[in-house]
Each structure stands twice: as structure tokens, then as C-alpha cells.
Design a protein around this ligand. Sequence first.
Ligand code: DC
Length: 230
Amino acid sequence: MKSSCPHMLIAIDGPVSSGKTSLSSAIAKRLNILHIDTGAMYRAVGLAAIRLGISPDDEKQVSDICEKGLALVDVKFEDGMQVTLLNGEDVSEAIRAENIGLAASTVSMFPKVRKYLVERQRLIAQKQSVIMDGRDIGTVVLPNAPVKIFLTASAEVRAARRFEQLKNKGVEADYKTILEDLIKRDEQDTKREHDPLRQADDAFLLDTSDLNFESSLQAILDRVNTVYGK
Ligand code: DC
């Protein structure tokens, strides 16, 4: 891969547990660029709402905390890994709770929350080469990204992967509940009015239902090579 490439922009979108984050992170390491997990930023807003005793579906109050600086979301990098900050506190672990995922999906419906975070995401991508993953990266955040991938997999395969992940972390989990939550979040993310999850017209569709991690990684690297050259 050319290290002389001035500014790489790689957009990865896809539904819950489609492997966006782990694949993006592996690709960032290979290419020596930063990986920005934008879902973590929506999770931080969801966490802020819950900590302040605000219901995540209260649009006015959730929008207010973003506009009034009560939910300052930022990211920094330590050894190339993203650390997600909420009002200066490292919340990288706290945002991974299952209830925060659903809260993030709910607060992400609100245009003021999206505007706030999209601005921050664009600023990060202006400064350096990035692979950015989320739901609206190829369509809204970085519409001019030369590489766009839309990752998908069946709901059952995604729920099984999530179940395995949680089991490996020693977290008690129930497959049926995971599948139900995932379907609910898919529904919220694809049907919301503002910037719903959808494949950009110029994105490459990669269905990983029958692919292992290595094959998925290689398929994305092949696309990157096609655009940026080896
Ligand atoms: O990627 P994730 O599961 O951590 O994201 C949490 C929620 O945040 C997801 O359900 C929808 C929302 N989100 C979004 O609306 N736009 C993004 N670019 C990233 C995430």
C-alpha cells in the first residue's frame, strides 16, 4: 500500500453487529491510519442522557444537552486505539452496555444530535487519513470518500456473532433477546426520518453471512487497493 497517499478516506456502513468495527480496526492497523467508530459517539450521547435522568426518546431534552454543552463528545487515540470521551471522561467501557446501544439508536434519530456529531466526525476526517464506520458515513458524513463499503449479514448470523462476543467476555447473554434487540435496532436505524442506514449508491455491498473474518478483511483490502493502489 502506498504510504505516500496524501489522504485516505474509507467509509464503512452497515447494521448492528455486521463486523464494521472489528474489520475497520483491523484495516486501520494494516494501513496505519486511524479508525473512527462513530457509533461510540452516539452511544456517548445515549449514556449522557441516561446519566442525567433524561429519557433517550425525549427529543427536546436530548437535543438540549448536545446544544448546551452538557454532553461534550470527543475522541482521542492511544496506541492507535480510539478512546471515547464524554465531558472529558473516558467512557469507552461504559458505552458498551446493551441498554446504551438501544439508547444510542434512539438519540440518533434526532437531527440536532446528528448535526452535532456529524460536524465533529467531518473535522476529524479533514485532519488525517481515516477509516470511519457507522450508518451514514458513505451517504452523509463523507459522501466523497473514494472507498465506500456497505457491510451486511443476516440477522441470525449477526446475533450469533454478538452472542459469541459476549460469551467470550464472560457476559451472560441470551441469543433470543440479542436477536430481538438487533431486529429492533435495525428497524429504528433503517426507518428513521433523518439519515437512515442505507447503502450509498456508489458503495460496494459486502455480505459477510458466509465469510469468515479473514476473507471479509481481504475483500475490503482488495477494494482499497483498487482505489489507492498497492
Ligand atoms: O455502531 P453502534 O451499534 O455502536 O451504533 C449505535 C447506534 O448509533 C446505532 O444503533 C445507530 C447510531 N449510529 C448512527 O445513527 N449513525 C452512525 N454513524 C453511527 C451510529
